[in-house]
Design a protein around this ligand. Structure first.
Ligand code: RBV
Length: 425
């Protein structure tokens, strides 16, 4: 398709004012990112660079996009999940002249069509959440890699895949592993996922969490956050795992650990947070209690095998927004939320602005670093680059400051003591 500056495809441009109010709300809770915007607005470090992003179109992402733009970048964007775009926010961005192709309820074809449109004019920088954009470049437009300075990846699953790609020597340009920054995964993945997943389940069902058997599949950072919040609301939390150390940690945190075969029979609410496919499948669905609620909060919609569920069912219907009832041939009913797509973004608004503030400050800095290295003529080998740990302290420091909290500083004697190997008892 011919490239047109500022082109867009969104649900309805008349939603723009409502979207603008949402973006302003997020801005009021994202002081770290706004500070970066203020710091770099006049210098325009991104002037002459096009950033293409593929990340959930939410009010928080809008703050990131507009920050890049105000700091000089040309931006094009698509959502990274067919069910996560906020149509009001997308309209506000389009109205503000951002090149954007995103609407809620895209088909898979429309999803990839949107990615293609964002790279009709090749970018210098790519920003991914789940690696669909970077995979599209590698698979269908490898020649574009010569033009691309570097990229970044937001989420665990994406970084995992990209590391595998780099190990195989297939990665064509350098990518910052934003997910692996301490100020990302120790906050966004734990507290962000924890709260927003419960939020999604509540909006889709409005059930009482207290007293329910709440099964969390996967006890990584995301699963831990979900388990913690479900416990806080009075659920009996059960954890399923494939990794012994993770299962042990869950046990010592006071959660019951069992295999999914067993959990399937007792769970009232299920959430998968593993990054693996077929975590809940046909032989689990048939064992479930009547009325069981099943959802996923992992990046891809592969964790629940809904095809097997459909094959076991005699009937299915939508009973509420984001809640589909399956009636099994054994007469039991199972309720699947958001068609197995990440429930926190599909049925709620994703992570709260306060945590995305730090995740997106990391995204901003990753791209600023890529541009700086490029301008300095540093050779940028294709590899996965870790975020500098000093940056975590800087971001966390600003966050604390904006929360009005102060911390101590080591005295010079204490600093010397920290590395004094002659000191003992
Ligand atoms: N995520 N973004 C939001 N409100 O914009 N919420 C969640 C938002 C990101 C989060 O960083 C996680 O790594 C990723 O979505 C999973 O796709």
């Amino acid at each position: 398709m011919d490239y047109q500056e500022g082109a867009y495809k969104v649900k309805d441009l008349s939603l723009a004012d409502a979207g603008r109010r949402k973006i302003e709300w997020a801005e009021s809770r994202m002081p770290v990112l706004l500070r970066l915007r203020d710091e770099f607005r006049d210098q325009k470090p991104f002037e002459g660079y096009k950033i293409t992003g593929c990340l959930h179109v939410t009010k928080e992402t809008a703050v990131l996009i507009e920050t890049f733009r105000e700091c000089g970048a040309e931006v094009s964007w698509s959502g990274c999940n067919p069910l996560s775009t906020n149509d009001e926010v997308a309209a506000a961005l389009a109205k503000n002249g951002i090149e954007i192709y995103a609407w809620y309820g895209q088909s898979v074809e429309e999803f990839y069509w949107s990615i293609e449109r964002t790279i009709d004019k090749p970018p210098h920088l790519t920003l991914d959440d789940g690696a669909d954009l970077i995979f599209t470049v590698h698979k269908d437009h490898p020649e574009m890699a010569d033009h691309i300075v570097g990229g970044s990846e937001e989420t665990t699953t994406g970084v995992h895949r990209l590391r595998a790609m780099a190990d195989d020597g297939k990665l064509l340009y350098p990518v910052f592993a934003v997910n692996d920054a301490e100020t990302k995964w120790d906050f966004d993945n734990v507290y962000g996922t924890g709260q927003s997943t419960l939020d999604g389940i509540l909006r889709a069902t409005s059930v009482l969490i207290a007293g329910k058997n709440f099964v969390v599949a996967g006890y990584g950072h995301c699963g831990r956050g979900v388990a913690m919040r479900a416990k806080g609301m009075g659920a009996n939390v059960i954890v399923t795992e494939v990794k012994a150390t993770a299962a042990l940690k869950a046990t010592l945190e006071g959660f019951r650990v069992m295999a999914m075969d067993e959990a399937a029979e007792v769970g009232d609410i299920f959430v998968t947070a593993t990054g693996m496919k077929d975590v809940i499948r046909g032989d689990h669905f048939v064992r479930m209690r009547d009325g069981a609620i099943v959802s996923n909060t992992g990046h891809y919609d592969v964790e629940l095998n809904l095809q097997e569920l459909a094959e076991l069912s005699s009937d299915t219907r939508i009973v509420r927004d984001d809640c589909r009832e399956y009636t099994l041939e054994n007469g039991k009913r199972i309720f699947v939320l958001a068609d197995g797509r990440l429930v926190n973004l599909a049925a709620a608004e994703g992570h709260p602005s306060e945590v995305m503030d730090m995740s997106f400050a990391n995204q901003f800095m990753a791209h600023l670093n890529l541009v700086r290295m490029h301008k300095d003529g540093e050779s940028l080998e294709p590899r996965i680059i870790d975020m500098p740990p000093e940056l975590d302290q800087e971001i966390a420091g600003i966050k604390l400051e904006t929360m009005g909290l102060s911390i101590d500083t080591l005295t010079s004697e204490q600093e010397a003591y920290a590395t004094d190997y002659s000191a003992g008892t």
